[in-house]
Design a protein around this ligand. Structure first.
Ligand code: NAD
Length: 235
């Protein structure tokens, strides 16, 4: 079975941590993963930032080191190729903060949870900027010219994800929704499929069924690098 796409179809793709797993970036729930040395509430919230910004930067520096080594796989490449075929009829929304989709050639990726290789000031309105540095103890915290602290450009727990207006519009317009490697637990992404399933065909690709499996028309079991290269047939 494959997903056939006609010339009127608009495709919304939602990717999660699972698509990065075969590139060597552990998923959130992977018990052996890089998260086990940190309690997530101590490193990924505005409260954590106020309490201990150095610990927060230690965590994101570690994630930058891991992500800097990662290379995209055949699944990322397949999505970049699909974008070349469909143009702006493909909307690629990722919950991931790594840059594997871009490395594979995707041009228009929406990072709803932010980008690991960008930073911004926590005080002024200066735009987020490219930043691949690591800021680990005992080094000083990076500072903005305004005196504020430079923070990771990440949507933390309790913050509003990026580009939600654009995402809502694309969910209204899509005729095909495909989620890849996401557990169906983390909101608001877990509700996207329910928002469009009345009008759109809905598919999930990943080794296990997601928690919101009932909202999908069909599950394609398997790893992203195995399933995605042959998933789509473009008319
Ligand atoms: P999750 O960790 O909750 O779930 C991962 C999902 O991926 C699971 O359903 C699992 O079955 C599936 N999976 C595992 N290996 C796979 C493979 N090879 N191919 C396809 N699927 C596979 O991830 P989530 O639902 O995306 O939510 C976790 C949160 O953590 C998100 O907010 C995300 O931003 C963040 N996160 C991001 C990264 C990253 O940027 N690479 C990594 C870890 C976590």
């Amino acid at each position: 079975m494959q997903v056939s796409l006609g010339d009127k179809d608009r495709v919304f793709i939602l990717t999660g941590a699972g698509i990065s797993a075969e590139s060597g970036i552990p998923t959130f729930r992977d018990a052996g993963g890089l998260w086990r040395n940190y309690r997530i509430e101590e490193v990924a919230s505005p409260v954590a930032w106020r309490r201990d910004p150095r610990l927060v930067w230690n965590f994101y520096s570690m994630r930058r080191r891991v992500a800097a080594e990662a290379k995209p796989h055949a699944g990322h490449v397949a999505l970049a190729e699909l974008e070349r075929q469909l143009g702006d009829r493909l909307f690629l929304c990722t919950q991931n903060v790594d840059d594997l989709h871009e490395q594979a050639g995707s041009q228009r990726v929406v990072h709803m949870h932010g980008e690991l290789f960008k930073s911004r000031c926590d005080s002024c309105m200066k735009a987020p900027f490219d930043d691949r540095n690591v800021y680990e103890l005992p080094n000083a915290l990076p500072r903005c010219g305004c005196g504020g602290k430079i923070r990771p450009h990440i949507c933390w727990f309790g913050e509003i994800p990026f580009a939600m207006d654009r995402i809502a519009l694309e969910l209204e317009q899509c005729t095909v929704f495909v989620a890849v490697g996401t557990s169906g637990v983390v909101q608001p992404a877990a509700s996207f499929v329910a928002a469009c399933r009345e009008r759109a065909r809905t598919f999930y690709a990943g080794p296990e069924p997601p928690a919101n499996e009932a909202a999908f028309d069909q599950w394609f079991p398997g790893k992203a690098a195995e399933v995605l290269p042959s998933l789509f047939v473009v008319a």
